[in-house]
Design a protein around this ligand. Structure first.
Ligand code: FAD
Length: 386
């Protein structure tokens, strides 16, 4: 599947591969250690790469590409640095509720600044008391005339330090359960919206993660995305579409771990021979290669299902996300093992990979939540085969 990329797709992948090698990989450790958003670099990427609107339809000024191209870009950037890939790519998630549910006028108004590289949008679903349990969220938007008043707190919001706007999920009718959730586009400068404390994280340290608080935050009804009470459906469509991108991040991190480990195995000598000649080391490299190759294939499968609007997308995007995120974690751990004591220090790049990889098993639905979803499909399929 990966072999059957079009000329266009290969060109996009190679453009990002080159840029990543020259501009992202060399500064990855520096921004990790500084725990700092790479503002200059992200501005340069928005100005020069020409891919801000990669998946935004042509009628809204974008390039009109799909999930396959987005996965190719995401894998290459994540191979250089997962955190910097997120600093550039968080809008890919934040804009999805608009693409999935917004009206034509909303898409035009809110996506054109994204294409121009002027706007970042963060996705606000999780709350302090509701991560996996999305329906357990408590943020509310109460309608008053032609306005909504939003109150609540959103937790772990990627890109919030940089974002110009937020797509925010809130109950408009709690009595209706998930059929009473709506989604709003809230500009950062709206009174009542506060980007609060920055989290001090284990990994992806260049990517800013904040709590975002809404206190009597008033937005006009023009900021309701699509229709009232359809927000939960927009959230589900968003997550199904974005999980292949997270899977591509996993492939990028796994490939990066393999790159470093394979190179080191040819350099380091013990017992008078290169460590790459020991079968135990070779098998770790082989396992990593298996994860990279199979992970890339399943990610491309999910991306193609997404582009074709296939009803099996939810199952395969969960499989791709679960497999590649756990796979990336294993590859990063094995890379540290192959580097031995040096791998455990900040002088070598693999300890960062290990810290970065873990987030893939947590955000956009933990591995356990992906497995719940996969199992539900498998059981349903078995029932229909009776
Ligand atoms: C760095 C970072 C960035 C993030 N970015 C964003 C963002 O941009 N926007 C956003 O909305 N959210 C974001 N998140 C939130 C993320 O999606 C949640 O952390 C995640 O969904 C898990 O929720 P939780 O942390 O509340 O864990 P919990 O839901 O409390 O889970 C704790 C443990 O219980 C397990 N568990 C829970 N329920 C079940 C179940 N039913 N079956 C089996 N096991 C279960 C989980 O798998 C996990 O192991 C981010 C999180 C982090 C850490």
């Amino acid at each position: 599947m990966y072999q059957s990329l079009s000329e266009d797709q290969i060109q996009i992948r190679d453009l990002i591969r080159e840029f990543t090698k020259k501009e992202i990989a060399p500064v990855a450790i520096e921004y990790d250690q500084k725990n700092e958003h790479p503002t200059e670099l992200i501005n340069k990427m928005r100005r020069e790469l020409g891919i801000n609107g990669l998946t935004i339809p042509v009628e809204y000024g974008g390039m009109g590409y799909g999930s396959v191209e987005q996965c190719l870009v995401t894998e290459e950037m994540s191979r250089g640095c997962l955190a910097i890939a997120l600093c550039f790519g968080y809008t890919g998630l934040g804009q999805l509720p608009i693409l999935k549910g917004g009206t034509d006028a909303q898409k035009k108004k809110w996506l054109e600044p994204v294409v121009a590289g002027e706007h970042g949008i963060s996705f606000c679903l999780s709350e302090p008391g509701a991560g996996s349990d999305v329906p357990g969220m408590s943020t509310k938007a109460v309608k008053k005339g032609d306005k909504y008043i939003i109150n609540g707190a959103k937790q772990w919001i990627t890109g919030a330090g940089d974002a110009n706007a937020f797509t925010v999920f809130a109950y408009t009718d709690k009595n209706r359960g998930t059929r009473g959730v709506s989604c709003f586009y809230v500009p950062r400068d709206t009174p009542g919206l506060t980007v609060a404390k920055k989290e001090d994280k284990l990994g992806i340290r260049a990517s800013s993660t904040h709590q975002v608080i809404f206190e009597d935050c008033e937005v006009s009804s023009e900021f309701l995305i699509g229709k009232e009470n359809l927000g939960f459906i927009y959230a589900l469509h968003t997550l199904n579409a974005s999980r292949p991108f997270v899977a591509a991040m996993g492939v990028g991190v796994a490939q990066c771990a393999l790159d470093h480990a394979a190179r080191y195995s040819r350099e380091r000598e013990q017992f008078g021979q290169k460590i790459g000649t020991f079968q135990a080391v070779q098998h770790m490299l082989a396992d990593m290669s298996i994860i990279v190759e199979t992970g890339r294939e399943i990610t491309m499968k999910a991306a193609r299902l997404s582009d074709n609007g296939d009803p099996n997308l939810a199952k395969y995007s969960a499989i791709a996300k679960a497999y590649t995120s756990e796979g990336a974690m294993k590859c990063a751990l094995d890379a540290v093992q192959i580097f031995g004591g040096y791998g455990y220090t900040k002088e070598y790049p693999v300890e960062k990979l290990m810290r970065d990889a873990k987030i893939l098993c947590i955000f956009e639905g933990t591995t356990q939540i992906q497995k719940n979803e996969i199992a539900a499909y498998v059981v349903k399929e078995a029932a229909s085969q009776k």
